[in-house]
Write a protein that binds this ligand. Structure first.
Ligand code: NAD
Ligand code: UDP
Length: 342
């Protein structure tokens, strides 16, 4: 297949490119490097031992995107590009709606203009909001609590309407739970800008000595040890889910939302302990107040992913933590040379 990958230089995109190239697909990455580095693509080429095409551009640039579609003629799109920081989306809602929603509309317009009818979209479990029941299945009510989450839900709706209006158009909306981990080689991984918002990169930076201690956001939740529980999924399993989604597009009718998680959940303190085991380092932490907007527990019902795509997660917490540690210890300052970072 010829696959156009928006946001392919980012964390999840780069990990998906490796198996995509290894499976023999022809790939073009379209990315503006807003939150990523071209170095990730150089390392993807080495890991896959294959080349890929790259266009540096913004998904809101209709003219450039249209020219890219016309010359590459993709059979399908995997759409990762967008902004994803929940906290930042509260302070910059227009930026989030402009990049995520306007960018996705531009992308769908270019697909329509160039006869491309298949898309796999990076959605998020955050579209569910406060749980009525757990695990969340795909029929759970959708009540996102942040501009970021609402942008994901709006894009889901737009894509669904687009598939209804265009006979033959097909879309899979992958609702990721909590992606963590790295390629086992330690060559590519998650490289957040500035202070990490998410748990796993924060723990990894404490273990390597870049930060003093983890601040645990609350230990008075109704969970096993009082700290927040999440369904962490290894980015390598998530990468495979995208290949399974591409293979499934011609077997579905219209648009399907599918949870991508493990069906298991771990608390913050369980993650700390697993990381200490995997790294042999200690991860000091302090207990702080709850983070506004956090839910106590999230966990995926993964039956639909198995039934529709024949996919299920295979890797557990130990593999997630040891891959993260490989990446963090080999690249203490991510893709940037050490002297240029804090
Ligand atoms: P990331 O920030 O590492 O990657 C996003 C990529 O998109 C980057 O390479 C960035 O440069 C590019 N990009 C951003 N805006 C762009 C624009 N306007 N035009 C062109 N390129 C642009 O993030 P990620 O963790 O790899 O996430 C990928 C997707 O998955 C995002 O859509 C995100 O919302 C979604 N998602 C991520 C998580 C997570 O925890 N990482 C969870 C659920 C959903
Ligand atoms: N968390 C924490 N300290 C941090 C970052 C996260 O205690 O510095 C907790 C957070 O409250 C949640 C879990 O770790 O219970 C996962 O948080 P993350 O931001 O990674 O994912 P999300 O909350 O978006 O699912």
């Amino acid at each position: 297949m010829r696959v156009l990958v928006t946001g392919g230089a980012g964390y999840i995109g780069s990990h998906t490119l490796v198996p995509l190239l290894r499976a023999g697909h022809e790939v073009l990455v379209y990315d503006n490097y807003a939150t990523s580095s071209p170095e990730a693509l150089a390392r993807v080429r080495q890991l896959a031992n294959r080349d890929l095409a790259v266009v540096e551009g913004d998904i809101r640039d209709l003219a450039l995107l249209d020219r890219t579609f016309a010359s590459f003629r993709p059979d399908a799109v995997i759409h990762f590009a967008g902004l994803k920081a929940v906290g930042e989306s509260h302070s910059q809602p227009l930026e989030y709606y402009a990049q995520n929603i306007a960018g996705s509309i531009t992308l769908l317009q270019c697909m329509a203009q160039n006869g491309c009818t298949q898309i796999v979209f990076s959605s998020s479990a955050t579209v569910y909001g406060e749980p009525d029941y757990l695990p969340y299945d795909e029929h759970h009510p959708l009540r996102p609590q942040s501009p970021y989450g609402r942008s994901k839900l709006m894009i889901e709706t737009i894509i669904r309407d687009w598939t209804s209006a265009n006979a033959g158009a097909r879309a899979i909306l992958l609702r990721y739970f909590n992606p963590v981990g790295a390629h086992p080689s330690g060559r590519i991984g998650e490289d957040p800008l500035g202070t990490p918002n998410n748990l796993m990169p924060y723990i990894a930076q404490v273990a390597i000595g870049r930060r003093e201690a983890l601040l645990v956001h609350g230990d008075d939740y109704d969970t096993r040890d009082g700290t927040g529980e999440r369904d962490y999924i290894h980015v390598e399993d998530l990468a495979r889910a995208h290949l399974a989604a591409l293979d499934s597009l011609d077997r579905i009718d219209g648009c399907e939302a599918i949870n991508v998680g493990t069906g298991q959940s771990a608390t913050v303190l369980e993650m700390v302990a697993a990381f200490e085991r995997a790294s042999g380092r200690s991860v000091p932490y302090r207990i702080g107040p709850r983070r506004p907007g956090d839910v106590a527990r999230m966990c995926a019902d993964v039956a639909k992913a198995r039934a529709l795509m024949g996919w299920q997660a295979e890797l557990g917490l130990d593999a997630m933590c040891s891959a993260t540690w490989q990446w963090q210890s080999r690249n203490p300052t991510g893709y940037a040379p050490e002297v240029e970072r804090d």
